[in-house]
Write a protein that binds this ligand. Sequence first.
Ligand SMILES: Cc1cc2nc3c(=O)[nH]c(=O)nc-3n(C[C@H](O)[C@H](O)[C@H](O)COP(=O)(O)O)c2cc1C
Length: 378
Amino acid sequence: MLRLFTAGESHGKGLVGIIEGMPSNIYIDINEINKDLARRQMGYGRGDRMKIERDKIEILSGIRGGYTIGSPISFLIMNKDHENWKEFMDPILENKEDKMITKPRPGHGDLTGYLKYNFKDIRNVVERSSARETAVRVAAGSLMKQFLKNFDIEAVSHVTAIGSVKIKEAITDTELIKKADESEVRCVEAGTEKKMIDFIEEAKKHGDSVGGVFEIHIKGVPKGLGSYVHWDRKLDAKLSYGLMSVNGVKAVEIGYGFENTTKFGSKAHDEIYYDKKLGYIRTSNSAGGIEGGMSNGEVIVLRCGMKPIPTLYKPLNTVDIITKEPALATVERSDTCAVPAASIVGEMVALSIIAEEFIRKFGGDSLEEISKRWKDYI
Ligand SMILES: Cc1cc2nc3c(=O)[nH]c(=O)nc-3n(C[C@H](O)[C@H](O)[C@H](O)COP(=O)(O)O)c2cc1C
């Protein structure tokens, strides 16, 4: 089965990813991965760190001459900012204490992480709980995206809300959603983009931060990924797990999950028809492409709610862990808004899970073997 391991601290030398279980003979274009890494770095409201980093992937193993060879794929993404942090992040030598953190930020893992792992310095928590780790998940997801392309599966994402500024109409046109990359806030609704930017600016002016909502649409997923037979095999559960693991994401919705709770069943479910050419079809997609824990062949629609960024330039009240006196939380260079970036992370995480389930369903060691089984099934 497809597995991903990630390692690396935010200001350490670099980030490491290992993908185990990727079939052989899949063409991988490194430029495409770097493009997705750049997409994660964009977005209105990002902090200065993203001006330093220009993420690039370096493949160490598992790919030869552009094709996967079935062995574990390992890769590096170096942290350019490490140059400025060498004395504080050395793995072996004693570290300078100037960058020690003693004032935990509400909303981050600072306080509980420090207590749980019995540290003296909250930096140990901050370095790993930082969303810098999501660069590895984007690189891995981008690789899996190239695998899924062989089966005409693709994902798009867009931002539907920043704070209280929301798009007015639901958008289902995936071609329109593709244009999200052209917007600084990844919003494709004319007129709303500017309001979102203003909302972020307002927060910035007051040393505050914002969250929002993004949506992922996955096209081309065949019927039958995931299963109803056991709770931990359900596709909606797996996607929710993956998306909930994205830093800051606190809500995941499949299709019109919340809206459907207000409707009669007659208006909530997607009626079934038969077309001689297309087979079984639906004329609506309230379920967001998943019923009974399985993909039903419709576009998979996932919506994620991200909380406001925990680091505030006008810091919140906290307690100094050394003096136990009231204090203001640590301020470390931070984004004001990361919803557009999170939408890219979400897109890649969702694709990774679809890739994993695709391989579980169709099996095989090589692309050819999987393709044959996929064609037979279709
Ligand atoms: C792409 C991305 C960038 C983020 N940037 C920041 C940031 O600059 N400052 C910050 O405090 N939190 C940032 N976050 C959110 C925190 O990483 C997250 O809130 C924190 O790890 C606590 O985890 P939790 O919110 O999932 O509970 C970012 C999240 C994502 C997905």
